[in-house]
Design a protein around this ligand. Structure first.
Ligand code: 13P
Length: 288
């Protein structure tokens, strides 16, 4: 099946009280592992690409070519969206031109008026081209591609203003952070999430920083209107740990263990296991 935008899968998730996972990709192994797991579990999935990862993978058109090729060669029939993660205004336009099916415009670091103006322009372009679009209010904490957010809680009235522009999904800061959570993390602010949900109604809400959030908090967030959950660091940690184990066991020195197809296999399997665990937790299994 060709790429789809994220609208239908998220509308269904919101109505069905589960969430679709966005898993960020970094290379061929990552992409293949996520697509195969989604197919095996009959789950919809969103492939996330940050601007940094976009550069690393030789640009957006390379990624579109790789993903479309895999959908075809691997006979992927579950709904797959290819989504720009935390895009700039120019980055979003470049991804739209390259053939992505979904973009995020992260205008959370602008004053709300500028965030609204830029989001509005991109909503019109996405509507015309049939893409889904995610906007953000209240920056997500932690570091992503060198951008460090403070982890604020979004203002529910500002969320309503952005939701009313016609975005497909809305990311709102509720105390979540990218990367590993610190020991003294206060947890998600369900009070903020409830207030945002009450103001934005049917709008699918997005929870960034999915790595390391305790399961009970994930479930409660889904109950309160979260329909998309982003996971990146957890796949990286799983990949690194499995690769380390392989090398530390000296397996790269045995036979042809240095062949990248062997060297990267444990990390590939570790990503598959992580994605499976998340899809089961988010409730998206058999929802394709
Ligand atoms: P983590 O790296 O914390 O899982 O966050 C991913 C994310 O939110 C991507 O936008």
């Amino acid at each position: 099946m060709p790429l789809v935008n994220a609208k239908e899968m998220l509308t269904k998730a919101k109505a069905g009280h589960y969430a679709v996972g966005q898993f960020n990709i970094n290379n061929l192994e990552w992409t293949k592992a996520i697509l195969l797991t989604a197919q095996e579990l009959n789950s919809p999935v969103i492939l996330g690409v940050s601007e940094g990862a976009g550069k690393y993978m030789c640009g957006y058109t390379t990624i579109v070519g790789m993903v479309n090729g895999m959908l075809n060669e691997l006979n992927i029939t579950v709904p797959v969206a290819l989504h720009l993660d935390h895009g700039s205004y120019d980055g979003a336009k470049a991804c739209i031109a390259a053939g992505f099916s979904s973009v995020m415009f992260d205008g959370s670091h602008y004053a709300i008026e500028e965030n609204i103006a830029k989001t509005k322009e991109l909503v019109a372009i996405c509507e015309e081209k049939g893409l889904s679009i995610e906007a953000e209010v209240g920056s997500i904490g932690g570091e992503e591609d060198g951008v460090v957010g403070a982890g604020e809680c979004a203002d529910p009235d500002e969320c309503k203003m952005i939701a009313d522009l016609g975005v497909t999904m809305l990311a709102a800061g509720i105390g979540n952070i990218h990367g590993k959570y610190p020991e003294n993390w206060a947890g998600l602010s369900f009070e903020t999430l409830e207030a945002i949900s009450a103001k934005t109604g049917d709008m699918p809400l997005v929870l960034h920083g999915g790595t390391g959030i305790p399961e009970d908090m994930i479930k409660k967030a889904i109950d309160l209107g979260v329909s998309k959950i982003n996971v990146n660091t957890e796949c990286q940690l799983a990949f690194a740990a499995a690769t380390r184990e392989y090398v530390e066991a000296g397996k790269d020195l045995q036979g042809k263990g240095f062949d990248p197809r062997k060297l990267l296999a444990p990390g590939f399997e570790a990503i598959k296991a992580t994605v499976k665990e998340k899809m089961e937790l988010f409730g998206s299994v058999n929802k394709a």
